[in-house]
Design a protein around this ligand. Structure first.
Ligand SMILES: NC(=O)c1ccc[n+]([C@@H]2O[C@H](COP(=O)([O-])OP(=O)(O)OC[C@H]3O[C@@H](n4cnc5c(N)ncnc54)[C@H](O)[C@@H]3O)[C@@H](O)[C@H]2O)c1
Length: 333
């Protein structure tokens, strides 16, 4: 792929987006960002207090539920990496299912339609492992999922449905010859910068914050702690997107990014407590939602087609996030 290509990253001020933008700028691309800053932050893209990693003119603060805005921001783009969507922790997702489904569906359908209209050369969509069927994720130690096991569809949440419909519509457009696409279906991505507001943060930053702020020597974890996820560090995910940009072959169906093993939330909590060097006991609040029980990726497609495998161990990744959270919370004091 030519280095002078214009790349738009929607949701580029978010956790995955801001890391990806930094990598693409470093690789010499002309990078643009479209984000309404619902959860992303402009400061995630700053180099220092004065300047941003991309020129100010390359940052569009827009709501992508609006088709006209989608048309404006995708104009003359060669590649669009579409990451913008409402993403949040489990409590937010299950308390706002109707509005979340509608918002994500509008963002995804409008962005795709605008990319087709503006003849974007490649549209890269981020799907989620939350789209796998609920019944398959309710077993203990299920075999690692293959990509096509997402159908017959039965995601547990409106979030999982909205993201799956985004995949489905992109595939329809590709199959109708309207646009070239890639779809990466991500397992549980963690890293920094991360949202620390407890009402919308995800499990790892939420647990780091609770441990850092713990006064009462007790960490309360939502659910039984037995629920497991295939956690993948954001740096590994960014390398997957870079490979998808550079992929020369045509779309070979969805490719999932994630490890072929899962880690329980109880284990994550223990590791974070260990990193903190605090003497904290862990309690499980079983009255709170915990989502699907277990899932992990059969990542042979990523290995064979993208030459991608996860490289960052959970211990190294958790330490990086914990240190970042500690610094961030200190700044707020
Ligand atoms: N983090 C994960 O574990 C994970 C797992 C699977 C898939 N994904 C997908 O990866 C993508 C990025 O996720 P993330 O973890 O970086 O989340 P994030 O919340 O940090 O990033 C999403 C960005 O989209 C922006 N956004 C939300 N609504 C918008 C709107 N109406 N218009 C414009 N921008 C809007 C937010 O402000 C945010 O910056 C999402 O599509 C998500 O579904 C994430």
């Amino acid at each position: 792929m030519k280095k002078k290509y214009k790349i738009l990253v929607t949701g580029g001020a978010g956790m995955i987006g801001s890391n990806l933008v930094k990598k693409l700028v470093h690789n010499g691309y002309n990078v643009f960002v479209a984000d309404n800053l619902w959860r992303g932050k402009k400061e995630y893209l700053s180099l220092d207090k004065k300047s941003m990693i991309i020129p100010d003119n390359n940052f569009y603060q827009v709501d992508l539920t609006n088709y006209k805005k989608c048309l404006q921001v995708t104009k003359q783009m060669d590649i669009v990496i579409h990451l913008a969507d409402v993403v949040a922790g489990i409590n937010y997702v299950f308390s706002n299912e109707s509005s979340l489904y509608r918002t994500n569906t509008l963002i995804n359908t409008n962005t795709l339609k605008a990319c087709i209209k503006n003849k974007v050369k490649k549209y890269i969509y981020a799907g989620t492992a939350c789209s796998y069927p609920k019944s398959k994720q309710s077993k203990i130690n299920p075999p690692p999922f293959k990509e096509d096991e997402v159908y017959p569809a039965e995601p547990e949440s409106a979030y999982g449905w909205s993201k799956l419909m985004g995949e489905y519509e992109a595939e329809l457009a590709y199959n109708s010859g309207l646009i070239n696409i890639e779809i990466l279906r991500l397992h549980n991505v963690y890293g920094s910068p991360a949202e620390l507001d407890p009402s919308i943060s995800q499990v790892i930053p939420a647990l780091c914050r609770k441990v850092i702020e713990s006064q009462n020597k007790e960490l309360v974890v939502w659910g039984s702690g037995r629920q497991k996820r295939a956690f993948v560090h954001v740096d590994d995910v960014v390398s997957g997107f870079v490979k998808a940009i550079n992929k020369k072959t045509k779309f070979n169906g969805v490719i999932q990014l994630g490890p072929n093993y899962s880690t329980s939330i109880a284990e994550i909590a223990q590791r974070i407590v260990f990193i903190s060097k605090k003497n904290i006991s862990i309690k499980f609040d079983k009255s709170k939602p915990e989502g699907d029980f277990d899932r992990m990726a059969n990542n042979s497609k990523a290995k064979n087609i993208l030459k991608w495998s996860p490289t960052i161990s959970i211990d190294k990744g958790l330490k990086k996030v914990f240190d970042w959270c500690e610094l961030e919370l200190k700044k707020k004091q």
